[in-house]
Design a protein around this ligand. Sequence first.
Ligand code: PMP
Length: 466
Amino acid sequence: MAKKRQDELGKLRAEIRNITLDIITKAHKRMKLSEQIGAIKGNLRIEIEDENVEQEVRRSVIELSHTLGIDPAFSGRLLNMLLMESIRLQQIQHKKIGNDPLIPTHLSVFMKAKELESSGKKIIHMEVGEPDYPPPKKIRKALVESYNKKQYHYTDSKGLLKLRQAIAKKVGHGIEHDEVIVTSGGRFAIFSAILSILRPGEEVISIEPSWPAYREFVDFAGGKIKTLGTTIENSWTPDTGQLEEMIGHHTKIIVLNYPNNPTGKILDKKDITRIVSLAQDNGLYVISDEVYSDYAFKGFTSLTHYEYDRSIVVSSFSKSCAMTGFRVGYGIADREVISKMARIQAIALTSVAEPMQYAALSAIDYSPAGNVKLIKERLDLISEKLSNMSLDFISPDGAMYVFPRLKGLVQNDAALVGKLLDLGVAVAPGSGFGQDYTRYIRISACQPKKMLERGLEVINSVLFIH
Ligand code: PMP
């Protein structure tokens, strides 16, 4: 009897191995076809990603899954992995043909500006989102004290208990310290949250224009980013009906960022409520990146307000307290997600540097009102100058940026950014925030008014004067 079972097992194993090899052979055929498609698209100068074509394949796959009785979430993940590989191969073909446009981002402009500065050129930095004012004075004392008390060791990878308690208290809504993780900047909170939740092939919906890092995080985690575009005509408000249509079997996370980088938009409470209820109905996580929440010039509703169990709220000391270089941020989520995020932080970094955590603790009660007022005044100044140039933009409700649409002589961001750099002004190109925003630039208010005025004069001269 046992011998018969053993034989049967052996046969089944052989069969499963052969099927696996068949799948790989078919995948290889699929990849060869992708390369051919990539070459044709390259010659025709057609965009690589085509949402309609993807949707068509997706529909067929879901239909087949239902017919066969396979979980459509599984086949969807598998499909996404195949699609991502296709995109990668097609991008290689595009590069070979030589029409792979290097998309400029605020970071690449910053690097270039730094290079120019090191060769002696003066640059007005309107591309960076880094406060130009100092952090709270108290921090100096906290750092010295931390040194004197020998508080310069590894800490719990979730962060110092005292700091987590202080953050929980500040955030309110009954949040407890074990629902808080202190991370290396808000950036690592978002990255580790995505890595914790997302399985390869699953989808993340992000609302564009957006901070480019979300896409990078999702790519890194082997997931697929789906973008919901917003327009200046709709005052950068996402269409929640469209969002509902985008949610599929393998959608896992929605990322929100309000006040928004780069548009300065703050979503109305009714829209957030609708998004949370869509997430709830579909069992989705919502990551709310609230690093600019102190810079809100109208009512802002934090996701913590909803007490939704699948929410991850991210904030940071970087912008509120002008502490970008200290690298202290935090995430708020349910205990299980926090533990997963902590494991990733332990693997990558051990913990946030202890003295920096004490510095953040000393800044916990800091009032950013003065900084917020300063940024608001500068944004008003930028808005006034842009209005004088008759450029279209939505007055920012918050954050540190204005995102105008170009008109006049140079309407393409890459061309304008290059020209401006030659004239000593750095701005962030719109295409870095999404491929549909090549006619926009982001102007940051992190420079003194005099500098901003000078920079805007240069922009005016490039756009409108021959
Ligand atoms: N989110 C957004 C929207 C940002 O613009 C930034 C920084 N530019 C961050 C998160 C990360 O900030 P930090 O890691 O310094 O906290």
